[in-house]
Design a protein around this ligand. Structure first.
Ligand code: 5AD
Ligand code: SF4
Length: 447
């Protein structure tokens, strides 16, 4: 039976371990894919190295969501190509969404680039690297889930677990369906096995990942049922997920969140805009009232639930009035956190064909205002937490305060605290004593 649990064995006869250096851009899906790439290439005799100077293969796992992200990577890869050692054959390549977006063209656009591999090509990457000529593998495969490839997991208490890949929603602005292909889910039994393997590594938290994570379905297991099964795995103390789509959130999902204490009371629920006109133009598949009703339904089930969101400003046609509605909705919902972006036209999407109506200056102004409002809101939310008790999964030493520890609370907020017996990996109660818009500070009250 296919499983994620097999160890990534070095191929017999591999002459010497070849060094693989990976840099990851973009979302958590890409972080998880980088672990998958390292796992897949381990079978071909590669081991991860921490610096490009030590590598035989230098790979940037890229994002295509906004043009700016692509420009940064283009600059970085040119720098790595220029700086590569010439005493051995070092191959430099691009993987992931930007690779899929521009395909073979990248080999011409970036002189010295050796390989281009899209999100469905990682299984064949080892062979691709054996060739002498620059090469691309940008074949999308609607069945590829990598369920038999064990990712090389990083250190720490939190593990990423990709439960589905691709997206079928085709929001007008978004390049993801084009670069990651159609939706496909992994079998629940494979995911449960992997969660057990994660627990055996001593990791306490699993974050279930997918482009529309709550669209998960495999045979008769839906997302809610999968949440229950992962939460039931011994040793997994916390379960989170990202990112769900509002229109896919079912009663079964909400019930599972409510009933499983391991599933943390925090949800990242992208809304993009507070204006119905914009949601319709973006083809998001729901209205603002439906979003409001969903938030209310989830809060009713879980009064302590914290929300974060994604916002786009300056989508074609967005008026000042539309923008004000976004600002008002963010206040009304009271998001604890938000990722806010200026609209960036992406070739291939439906919106790419629509003329932009919001100038760069107006986009900038709108974005700055939302960021300022969100910072103030977060600071306000955090102030109300002073005096309350958080349960913190301890992940590291505090950066700035000797002997203090740091971790995340139930709501995924960073808590820095004075320990009284806590160690990394523990979940401890911390009384919050002060706050800023980004961090809570406190003292451990029990071990
Ligand atoms: N321009 C700006 N932001 C975008 N996002 C996706 N596509 C674009 C785009 N073309 C944002 C959305 C999405 C998040 C992952 O990135 O807010 O939820
Ligand atoms: Fe992009 Fe929409 Fe799919 Fe999210 S749901 S990945 S925004 S197309």
């Amino acid at each position: 039976m296919p499983s994620l649990t097999g160890t990534a064995d070095l191929s017999p006869g591999a002459a010497r371990a070849k060094g693989l250096y990976v840099e990851t851009y973009g979302c958590q899906m890409n972080l998880a894919d980088s672990e998958l790439i390292v796992g897949a290439l381990a079978r071909h005799g590669y081991t991860a190295v921490a610096a490009p100077e030590d590598a035989d293969v230098v790979l940037l796992n890229t994002c295509a969501i906004r043009e700016h992200a692509e420009q940064r990577v283009a600059q970085r890869v040119r720098q790595l190509i220029a700086g590569r050692r010439d005493d051995r054959r070092v191959r430099v390549g691009l993987a992931g969404c930007m690779a899929q977006h521009h395909r073979e063209r990248l080999l011409e656009l970036i002189p010295g680039l050796d390989f281009v591999v899209g999100p469905d090509g990682y299984r064949r990457l080892g062979e691709l690297l054996e060739g002498d000529e620059p090469a691309a593998d940008v074949q999308l495969d609607r069945r590829e889930t990598y369920e038999d490839i064990a990712p090389a997991r990083g250190e720490g208490m939190r593990a990423w677990l990709t439960i589905m890949r691709g997206c079928d929603r085709f929001c007008t602005f978004c390049v993801v369906p084009f670069v990651r292909g159609r939706e496909r889910s992994l079998p629940a039994s494979v995911l449960e096995d992997e969660a057990r393997r994660i627990a055996a590594l001593g990791m306490k938290e699993v974050v279930l990942l997918g482009q529309t994570v709550n669209a998960y379905r495999h045979d008769d297991v839906d997302f809610g049922e999968l949440l229950r099964r992962i939460a039931a795995v011994d040793g997994i103390e916390r379960v989170r997920y990202t990112s769900p789509h509002p229109a896919d959130m079912s009663d079964s999902d909400i019930a599972a969140m409510k009933e499983c204490p391991e599933v943390m009371p925090y949800v990242h629920l992208p809304v993009q805009s507070g204006s119905d006109r914009m949601l319709a133009a973006m083809d998001r598949g729901h209205t603002i009232d439906e979003y409001r009703a969903l938030v209310a339904r989830m809060r009713e089930a879980m009064p302590d639930l914290a929300f974060s969101t994604d916002i786009i400003v300056g989508y074609p046609g967005e008026t000042e009035e539309d923008f004000e509605k976004t600002s008002a909705l963010m206040e009304e919902v009271g998001f604890d956190h938000a990722f806010m972006f200026k609209y960036s036209a992406r070739e291939g999407t439906r919106a790419f064909k629509i003329d932009e109506t919001v100038g760069e200056q107006d986009k900038g102004r709108r974005l700055t205002r939302l960021i300022e409002e969100q910072e103030a809101r977060a600071a306000r939310v955090h102030r109300t937490l002073v005096g309350s008790v958080s349960r913190v999964l301890v992940e590291s030493n505090a950066k700035r305060q000797a002997d203090w520890l740091a971790g995340k609370n139930e709501h995924f907020k960073t808590v820095v605290f004075e320990p009284h017996g806590a160690a990394i990996g523990d979940i401890v109660a911390v009384r919050i004593e002060s706050s800023s818009s980004h961090t809570l500070r406190g003292v451990q009250i029990e071990s």
